[in-house]
Design a protein around this ligand. Structure first.
Ligand code: IPM
Ligand code: MG
Length: 361
């Protein structure tokens, strides 16, 4: 195992720099303890890159990402860029990074941390024991489909996107889902809208064919996306691996995040068939609280843990970070998003210090 890794850090916008600073401190501590070293290359991305270079994803940032062992991203986006043409917006930079690095598989695990059960808006008996992963296709579907655009004709304005998948795109993401199911509870729920959409019918056909050919031992069921949205809040324990397309996964993963009490708790990994992975919290840049030392850095720290485990195969170090989060919560420390009676409310920085203490203690 290599003992030195090159990490590209993309702090981005909003709360990004604050939560990245916390993750970095913890990574330094945990790598030292486990006898490996991390060298960081900070690159501009999103609005920060627009300000510096005029582009949300400068070519030099993408190159640095591709040349590293793993990429850690905090968050991008801010309302001040919303009026720019789409190709100049922070979100377009993120999509460019995902497709430029070939990151077609997005893994978003949702596991209920016992100390946070009462932080959820859902009842304890509904969420207790939830442990699922959303496997979201990330480089296709309606996010990338052509043609797309906006036209004006006969005094009317019309805008359109195309939701399209090719067989090989479905097969490779379905494989990721089935492989993951094999390592977990051996259940896969494929979410689509095959009762209406041709693209979803192809999705369903390919998933079924792959199941029959290569994964007959995995328990497979199909669910329409509207029903899946309902089932996620009605009976979320029924899910193990949820396999779905780019847009449906975007929506369902935010919904699933709330099972855990706060979107500020959820990490993600984006992976390709080879090359470095990208690790980022699923929450956004929270411009409303940016720069106020209020952000919850835990999803960022858990993303760093995912980077250690999935990207760098440093399992023990990853576990240490996860335990630090659990211990800090069990000791009653909370950021504002998770605050409950009897707990101790901390800002982002102070939470970082508690996490460090929990890691070392
Ligand atoms: C996410 C985000 C992004 C997406 C945005 C920021 C482009 O919502 O990672 O879920 O829609 O994929
Ligand atoms: Mg989203």
């Amino acid at each position: 195992m290599s003992s030195s890794y090159r990490i590209t850090l993309l702090a981005g916008d909003g709360i990004g720099p604050e939560i990245m600073a916390v993750a970095r401190q913890l990574l330094d501590a945990v790598s030292q303890r486990h006898g490996f070293s991390l060298t960081y290359n900070e690159q501009p991305m999103g609005g920060a890159a627009i300000d510096a270079t005029g582009e949300p994803l400068p070519a030099s940032t993408l190159e640095a990402c591709k040349a590293s062992d793993a990429v850690l991203l905090a968050a991008i986006g801010s309302p001040q860029y919303d009026s720019l043409p789409r190709e100049k917006r922070p979100e377009t930079g993120l999509l460019g990074l995902r497709s430029g690095m070939g990151l077609f598989a997005n893994l978003r695990p949702v596991k209920i941390i016992p100390a946070l059960i009462d932080a959820s808006t859902l009842k304890r008996e509904v969420i207790e024991g939830v442990d699922l992963v959303v496997v979201r296709e990330l480089t296709g579907g309606v996010y990338f489909g052509q043609p797309k655009g906006r036209v004006e004709a006969d005094g009317q304005v019309r805008a359109f996107n195309t939701m399209a998948y090719s067989d090989y795109e479905i097969d490779r993401i379905a494989k990721v889902g089935f492989d993951l199911a094999r390592q977990r509870g051996s259940k896969l729920c494929s979410v689509d809208k095959a009762n209406v959409l041709d693209v979803s019918q192809l999705w369903r056909d390919r998933v079924e064919a792959l199941h029959a050919a290569e994964y007959p031992e995995v328990e497979l069921n199909h669910m329409y996306v509207d029903n899946a949205a309902m089932q996620l809040v009605r009976a979320p324990r029924q899910f193990d691996v949820v396999l779905t397309s780019n847009l449906f996964g975007d929506v369902l993963s935010d919904e699933a995040a709330m099972l855990s009490g706060s979107i500020g708790m959820l990490p993600s990994a984006s992976l390709g068939s080879d090359g470095p992975g990208l690790f980022e919290p699923i929450h956004g840049s929270a411009p409303d609280i940016a720069g106020q030392d209020k952000a919850n850095p835990m999803a960022m720290v858990l993303s760093a843990a995912m980077m250690l485990r999935v990207g760098l195969q440093q399992d023990a170090a990853a576990t240490d970070l996860e335990l630090a989060v659990e211990r800090t919560l069990a000791a009653g420390f909370r950021t504002g998003d998770l605050m409950a009676e009897g707990c101790n409310q901390l800002g982002c920085k102070a939470m970082g210090e508690q996490l460090l203490r929990a890691l070392e203690g």
